[in-house]
Design a protein around this ligand. Structure first.
Ligand SMILES: *[C@@H]1O[C@H](CO)[C@@H](O)[C@H](O)[C@H]1NC(C)=O
Ligand SMILES: *[C@@H]1O[C@H](CO)[C@@H](O)[C@H](O)[C@H]1NC(C)=O
Length: 210
């Protein structure tokens, strides 16, 4: 998601194209070799075995057979024409969010699987490798999800940490506040879903709280 300039937008488009190209069985890792699409066929995940039923409104969420059901799922909306979701010009990111050592700060609206706004998510991201032209990025991610009514530490929130890649990744739930106080578990990312113009992308995450 560390993108801002036009080449970076193209990078994101490439990411979207790569996730679709999983149909050919090329981009799933060997531990989860099978591609499973959601009901509309617009998004997919990599599964260790067979596919599960699509879940969520209009079957938007692809699942693996026997997989745990997420406690909650949400998507951050990145509109790259807005400063809050764009690393361009940020003082700590001379490489515009694409090169080693860049730090980017973001705040993005958060929607549920029905596209209802449920809060905001704040990011502090650092690149530990330079992004590649094929659309891969390598980021350390510290992120707090605020579930309204504001973005203070006094509302319901969940904080996560870990490595964020363009492909599916697993991050750690560090804890939470409000009704998520003491939260533990993990988060799985799904590949970004971008509009045709590539200027707005959704970054889906599934939370598994234990
Ligand atoms: C993205 O942000 C711009 C500037 O605020 C706005 O005009 C545009 O409608 C937004 N795009 C979407 C798809 O929300
Ligand atoms: C999300 O952030 C926007 C922009 O800073 C703010 O106007 C809005 O109140 C925030 N929403 C919540 C639920 O905190």
């Amino acid at each position: 998601m560390a993108t801002c300039r036009i080449p970076a937008l193209l990078t994101l488009l490439t990411v979207a194209a790569l996730s679709l190209s999983k149909a050919a069985g090329q981009s799933c890792p060997s531990a989860t070799p099978n591609t499973c699409f959601n009901a509309p066929g617009t998004a997919s995940i990599c599964c260790p075995g067979s596919c599960g039923a699509s879940t969520g409104p209009n079957g938007m969420t692809a699942t693996c057979a026997g997989a745990a059901t997420p406690t909650l799922s949400n998507r951050a909306i990145f509109n790259f024409t807005e400063a809050n979701t764009n690393c361009e010009g940020q003082a700590a990111a001379p490489g515009q969010g694409n090169t080693f050592g860049d730090w980017c700060t973001y705040i993005a609206p958060l929607v549920d699987e029905s596209n209802n706004v449920i809060g905001n998510t704040t990011y502090l991201i650092s690149n530990y490798r330079t992004s590649t032209p094929s659309g891969n990025y390598y980021e350390l991610n510290i992120e707090t999800f605020f579930f309204g009514p504001d973005d203070s530490g006094k509302t319901d929130s969940i904080s996560i940490y870990g490595v964020l890649l363009a492909e599916e990744t697993e991050l750690i739930v560090l804890g939470g506040t409000g009704k998520y106080r003491g939260a533990k578990g993990y988060v799985l990312t799904r590949p970004a879903e971008c509009n045709d113009a590539g200027d707005v992308c959704y970054f889906p995450k599934d939370f598994f709280l234990v």
